[in-house]
Write a protein that binds this ligand. Sequence first.
Ligand SMILES: Nc1ncnc2c1ncn2[C@@H]1O[C@H](COP(=O)(O)OP(=O)(O)OP(=O)(O)O)[C@@H](O)[C@H]1O
Ligand SMILES: [Mg+2]
Length: 495
Amino acid sequence: MALLDATAITKSFAGVQALRGVSFELRSGEVHALLGENGAGKSTLIKVITGAEKADSGTLTVAGHVVPHHSPAAARALGIAAVYQQPALFPDLTVEENVGLALESGPAWRRIDWHARRRQARELLERSGAEIAPERTVSTLSMPEQQLVEIAKAIGARARILILDEPTASVTDREVERLFRVIGALRSEGAGIVYISHRLDEVAVIADRVTVLRDGQNVATRDMRDVDRDELVRLMVGREMQAIYPKREVPIGKTALEVKGLGCRAAGIRDITFEVRRGEILGIAGLVGSGRTELAETLFGLTPADEGAIGLQDDVMRTESPAAAIRKKMAYLPEDRRQHGVVMEMPVAANISLANLDAVSRNGLIDHAVERSLAIRYVERLRIKTPSVHAETGALSGGNQQKVAVARWLAINPEVLILDEPTQGVDIGSKREIHQIMVELAAQGMAIVMISSELAEILGMSDRVAVMHGGTMAGILSRAEATQEKILALALGHA
Ligand SMILES: Nc1ncnc2c1ncn2[C@@H]1O[C@H](COP(=O)(O)OP(=O)(O)OP(=O)(O)O)[C@@H](O)[C@H]1O
Ligand SMILES: [Mg+2]
């Protein structure tokens, strides 16, 4: 008997048919991957399963019983737990409090044993692969750290049905490995796990079965053994695509960004020295918590440096604010798009032109025709799935929101472009396109700094690889020197 059976589920949002009669079965003791391009309907399907969205039609059966009135509370009672694409923790509570709150509590009259809870929370954090001090306040955590806390929470809820919606979008291979060990253990205890990811190599390792959605329909459910990467891509995208990076050699020019002895106590980084030259793509690797994002934020003036110097455009300074960085032609795509990347309430077109107002304005007024055509160009190139460029960005799927944020920064013409996880959560067709645009921008003389948790992307796209460990630079490798082993050794502090 299936643990969960969703039959002929339909769901539409104002004019968008997100699910068109999807059926999906989850068995006990399996990891079932759910794949599909951005906007295919994956998150909508799991929201129906967790009761967060109400289906228009279709039935849900859990352990042989039809669920008549589904709701989040009903889902919890049925042993369904989910980690959503966007972490939803209490920002002002500590990590262990957040995890502790999700733990089963005894009968209402029993006193909550906070001591035991704290211990349990620590154990869960460790199991889930998180190296995060449990007493830290959640608002100080990076996106990937928050994701790891979410995972610890879901495991703590002892779910029979565990749904992970892109749990690893921005965590590194090492954390993924640990997470997979936990998933393996839950599977052997008879839980069923739904696993959504755009990283196909990961899916091949962890999944027993795979279901591919396209345009709100189930196009295939297969045993993982019976499909290879190429076929999965064909099922998702409807065409062939190879796993090659479009990186090519371009002339390297003079130094565009020079960083000397940079440090920022508030950001927890120190003594960082490197340079990036025109035409160069510098990859920044490192484990979660090594200071990669903090470095980017210091360079961009979000957390101004208190040590060292930043050389930009023949000027040596410490970027005091993002405005100062932008004046010096530096741009930054943050990792946390929800907070800093896009304005959810604004239309797609306005978001894309936001960093780019000069290009779309005439005499200080926005020329809407120009704005529109700029947006259309990027919507087509990055295959952003939206009813129109005038649609509200917040109504797009998670990956399509990411693409809007990426488009906004790719569309401007900075001299130094810092990209924090530019392809996280983005489907493989668009990922290829983002890489292609990066190569074109480098060829035009832009200096690009790319933070990525995916080693394949780092190796495939970088001219040089800078590896961070414990808030400082552990080493810089040339493209020829860089290997997975060397990067990992530096990231772990072994070198
Ligand atoms: N609240 C909403 N209002 C309007 N449209 C929505 C809403 N939620 C989802 N949609 C639309 O439904 C479709 C499916 O979205 P869904 O979030 O399920 O995609 P997904 O497969 O999870 O994609 P991704 O990989 O980008 O996360 C998309 O076209 C999206 O724009
Ligand atoms: Mg989604």
